[in-house]
Design a protein around this ligand. Structure first.
Ligand SMILES: Cc1cc2nc3c(=O)[nH]c(=O)nc-3n(C[C@H](O)[C@H](O)[C@H](O)COP(=O)(O)O)c2cc1C
Length: 385
């Protein structure tokens, strides 16, 4: 039986609801990961392995979950991470994400593969709001994208560096979703079997990729443009490329996809302002470590010379508490918010963020802490659950 909207609270609730609403190929695209999906599961399992240490007899009556990172002051140490094709899961999903993030006082990072362009923000970018970039083989074109992002008023650029090649996501291969340029008959049947999704999406048909505006050679449909952009990502992008980007982009630069302390040092040397400890949600190298396991060594190497964010497996407010206790300045949400948006639009995302905020605040209070800045290694222990 379908659940009432007010019953949808947790990431798992929204995941199930999204599974019913979305064509199988899109649900699998979100939910799936590389290979045996070990790393994707490991991200969540590693959080479950960490115990929280409650403390009593402390005055926690005056609490604030607010936090400063990426040059802004936010109501939670959380942001919405970059998700390609978001607008394919629900019409206007990117706009809904931006508005809802702002309503909750948190920033948002739009994906290079977004259906909107940097110029299409429904509200002017706020401090911390970011656009995500893949560095392309043609540096001239990459520079032109960087200029568009700056001209649209963004102060922060994320560059994703864990995608020298695209991970092998077997669900996508089986569903025929890799590098396709138009839906095949099986996909059309799948879409027709999900009329609520289909009727909603016809409002924005034919979907387009915002960044490809003015690139006639990229094709005319979202699928063609996405395949074209994916083919342009530069596998030779290295530390010299990062230095080039640092010189080209005058704003705050965040490197997304760091899993080793030596790579963190390269980011520091190149002048990055922040980095995201990320394994792309297990979508790239299956077998890679859980991000929360990689965090302490990276935080130690960075030693407060840059901000350290983390994503991968954040499903509950307590996961954010654990990441901050182990050295993160803030966390990015991925699938947790995508499923909420896909399942129930802006109301769904608001319910998801509202519940996460309550969970975060409750955990903070029960640990005897009054603000995210108070969290430290004394609040967690690993090795038993
Ligand atoms: C459907 C989907 C699309 C994604 N697209 C992008 C993208 O365009 N750029 C990027 O840097 N990361 C992308 N990611 C990775 C996320 O930003 C984030 O690192 C990951 O989802 C975190 O793991 P979690 O979803 O398990 O929390 C994508 C993830 C998903 C699930």
């Amino acid at each position: 039986m379908a659940r009432r909207r007010e019953d949808l609270l947790t990431a798992e609730d929204f995941r199930r609801a999204a599974r019913r609403r979305l064509p199988r190929l899109f649900f699998d695209y979100i939910d799936g990961a590389a290979g045996d999906e070990i790393t994707a599961r490991r991200n969540c399992a590693a959080f479950a392995q960490i115990a929280l240490q409650p403390r009593a007899l402390r005055d926690v009556s005056d609490r604030s979950p607010g936090s400063r990172f990426l040059g802004g002051s936010f109501d939670l140490p959380l942001m919405l991470g970059p998700i390609g094709s978001l607008g394919m899961f629900r019409a206007g999903a990117e706009t809904d994400a931006i508005r809802t993030a702002h309503r909750f006082g948190i920033p948002v990072c739009l994906s290079a593969f977004a259906m909107t362009g940097p110029e299409d923000m429904p509200e002017p970018p706020r401090p911390g709001d970011a656009w995500q970039l893949y560095v392309l083989k043609e540096r001239g074109r990459t520079g032109a994208i960087v200029d568009r992002i700056a001209a649209a008023g963004f102060g922060t650029l994320f560059v994703t560096v864990d995608t020298a090649v695209s991970g092998l996501r077997e669900r996508d291969i089986r569903n025929g979703l890799r590098r396709i340029t138009r839906p095949n008959p099986a996909m059309l049947c799948d879409m027709a079997r999900h009329p609520r999704w289909l009727l909603d999406l016809v409002r924005v048909w034919p979907p387009q990729m915002g960044i490809a505006r003015g690139w006639p050679e990229a094709g005319r449909s979202y699928l063609e443009q996405a395949a074209y952009l994916a083919g342009q990502i530069d596998p030779s992008f290295d530390r010299r490329g990062l230095e080039w980007l640092r010189a080209r982009w005058k704003g705050r630069l965040v490197v997304k996809g760091v899993l080793h302390p030596d790579d963190a040092r390269v980011c520091l040397d190149a002048g990055a302002d922040a980095m995201v400890v990320s394994n792309h949600g297990g979508r790239q190298l299956d077998g890679a470590p859980a991000t929360i396991a990689a965090l302490p060594a990276i935080a130690a190497a960075v030693a407060s010379r840059a901000e350290v964010l983390l994503d991968g497996g954040i499903r509950r407010g307590a996961d954010v508490v654990k990441a901050l206790s182990l050295g993160a300045d803030a966390c990015l949400l991925g699938r947790a918010y995508v499923f909420a948006l896909a399942a129930a639009g802006e109301a769904g995302l608001a319910a998801c963020l509202g519940h996460l905020r309550q969970e975060f605040d409750t955990a903070l209070a029960l640990l005897g802490k009054v603000s995210p800045a108070d969290l430290g290694p004394e609040d967690v222990s690993a090795g038993w659950a």
